[in-house]
Ligand binder design. Structure first.
Ligand code: CDP
Length: 230
């Protein structure tokens, strides 16, 4: 059977990664969470002190990029987790601190160049589901299926808040809403590879949709492409 490439883009906390994992798992494709890569670079910058409350030393971060090695390794349940220089940072990259600084980091062309190269390399010549902001526009402009996901800001903030609270993070809904709003703004207005819908993307607003319905809808779109019906 022919394998296809699936790009899922959209605003923050629209459930792109959850959907991407489900799809990749079902189709037995590789799943690439490109946001995890931007988050891991941000974590590196925070740990090195290049990023802090007092400022962001962009030059230092850029100069250190060659020291950053990223890798996805499957855990015992077959779910890909990100490793930063050999360390599993899957949990740490999801904190609100990282979320607060990741969008400024993702505006840097040097960072994007490195990560886009890696994203293309990981997915080369195989069935892939990749989620992010510029996948259908820049990373895989020839993707067979492009989805652009959205949901109301409040619904997105509520979902992310519930997720973080469940993990035990001490945060408020207002903090999460503020972060989601701020990231949407930076991601959509940056100069390089801004978040935007590809012309040939299918837009899905999942504010009122449950996970199972959404999965079946998109799986059908994927199956149509695999079978060459579209
Ligand atoms: O999970 P969530 O939607 O909150 O974000 P994410 O996919 O983990 O991405 C975190 C951040 O990385 C985004 O807000 C963007 O600033 C950046 N990003 C990007 O610029 N390009 C991508 N392809 C993926 C993420």
């Amino acid at each position: 059977m022919r394998t296809i490439t699936i790009a899922i883009d959209g605003f923050s906390s629209t459930g792109k990664s959850s959907l991407g994992k489900q799809l990749a798992n079902y189709l037995d494709y590789v799943f690439v969470d490109s946001g995890a890569m931007y988050r891991a670079v941000t974590l590196y910058g925070l740990r090195k002190g290049f990023i802090s409350e007092t400022g962001f030393d962009k030059e230092e971060l850029i100069a250190s990029l060659s020291e950053i090695s990223l890798e996805f390794v499957n855990n015992s349940e077959g779910i890909a987790e990100i490793y930063l220089n050999g360390e599993n940072v899957e949990k740490e990259i999801r904190t609100l601190v990282v979320s607060d600084y990741v969008s400024p980091v993702a505006t840097l062309s040097e960072v994007r160049k490195k990560l886009v190269e890696l994203q293309r390399k990981i997915s080369e010549g195989r069935g892939v589901v990749m989620d992010g902001r510029d996948i259908g526009t820049v990373v895989m402009p020839d993707a067979d299926l492009k989805i652009f996901m959205n949901a109301s800001r409040e619904v997105r903030a509520r979902r992310r808040y519930d997720e973080l609270v469940q993990r035990g993070d001490a945060i408020s809904y207002e903090q999460v809403l503020e972060n989601v709003t701020e990231r949407d703004k930076i991601d959509s207005t940056r100069q390089i590879s801004p978040l935007k819908q590809a012309d040939d993307a299918i837009v899905i607003d999942n504010s009122e949709m449950n996970i199972a319905d959404q999965f079946h809808l998109i799986l059908q779109l994927a199956k149509d492409r695999i079978a060459g019906r579209v």
